[in-house]
Design a protein around this ligand. Structure first.
Ligand code: R5P
Length: 309
């Protein structure tokens, strides 16, 4: 009997995650071939038969962002030429999402350019995880879906509260900058605890300075959440400031570990009680000092259409 289940593919990113999702959904993994020409040019194509098969392509556009994005464009173009069915792209981490608005004259809006490229090659639907801002989905004309992480963080932090016997009135959720305000508010309200916010400025692209803090962390257990950690400067500045104001414990959760190994080491050697981050990006270095949680079941639910967004 003909197998009509959708085929799941990954390219050079998100291999382990694609395998996990394929197992959870019981959809087969498709086979692809890829090589890089001597001059750096990429070639990717499906080996499995894709005609009339719905396709789920799982690939973060993480480092090296341009290679991973280009692989998606080439692969989807090849799927179309081979007459595949509906193509759903899952980008566990969507690179270029931070370039979503003009701050200075002549700034490019590269998130919008990435959206046009992805649409033009023939993707029918795209699923994001904890997208940086709502601007990025608005750049697309195809169906988009953003998997919010509130419930995942809620479960992780409820366990922390249970294990340490923390009462609600001694816990606060903080966002380390204005960009994560809505994430922080959603988490605080789902845990039934108070919310606090840090306002930061960036003197340089890889430097953070705190301008103001709303809320009093003195004597509190703080859950600090953000979408991305890159250099780690936003989180580390926030941790130091909250500790300086008397926070008695700090737990950090972030979705996208964009960070390099030296930034990771700096983070885990800081005065933080526990760090949680997702496997939206596959790290190439050991990271057992932190808790890396899987988003595979959230992706599977979104593919099955079981969560709104
Ligand atoms: C910014 O708006 C993001 O939400 C993160 O706070 C930022 O990308 C983190 O960057 P870094 O770790 O370099 O401070």
């Amino acid at each position: 009997m003909k197998d009509n289940r959708p085929l799941i593919f990954h390219l050079s990113a998100s291999k382990a995650l694609a395998k996990e999702v394929s197992k959870l959904l019981n959809y087969p993994l498709g086979e692809a071939e890829s090589y890089t020409f001597y001059d750096g040019e990429e070639m990717v194509k499906p080996i499995s038969e894709v005609k009339d098969r719905d396709i789920i392509l799982i690939q973060s556009t993480s480092y090296p962002q341009s290679k991973h994005l280009m692989e998606i464009l080439i692969f989807v173009d090849s799927l179309k030429k081979n007459k595949s069915g509906k193509i759903t792209l899952v980008t566990p981490y969507f690179g270029y999402a931070r370039q979503d608005r003009q701050i200075h004259a002549k700034d490019p809006i590269t998130a919008s350019l990435a959206a046009r490229l992805i649409e033009s090659c023939g993707v029918d639907e795209i699923i994001f995880i904890d997208i940086h801002t709502k601007n990025t989905p608005s750049f697309f004309h195809i169906k988009t879906h953003n998997i919010e992480m509130t419930n995942t963080y809620k479960q992780l932090f409820l366990r922390v509260m249970e294990e340490n016997n923390y009462k609600k009135d001694e816990v606060m959720v903080f966002s380390p900058d204005h960009g994560s305000e809505s994430r922080g508010i959603a988490l605080a309200s789902s845990l039934g605890v108070t919310f606090g916010e840090i306002y930061k400025i960036r003197p340089k692209v890889d430097e953070t300075r705190i301008k103001d803090i709303e809320g009093n962390p003195n004597g509190k257990v703080v859950f600090l959440i953000d979408d991305i950690v890159d250099t780690g400067s936003t989180i580390l500045e926030a941790v130091d400031a909250l500790k300086g104001m008397g926070a008695k414990a700090i737990y950090v959760g972030f979705t996208h570990a964009v960070l390099k190994e030296n930034n990771y080491r700096e983070l885990v050697h800081h005065d933080i009680d526990k760090i949680f981050f997702s496997n939206s990006i596959e790290l190439s270095f050991p990271h057992e000092e932190a808790v890396c949680f899987s988003i595979a079941s959230e992706i599977a639910k979104a593919i099955r259409g079981e969560i709104d967004g």
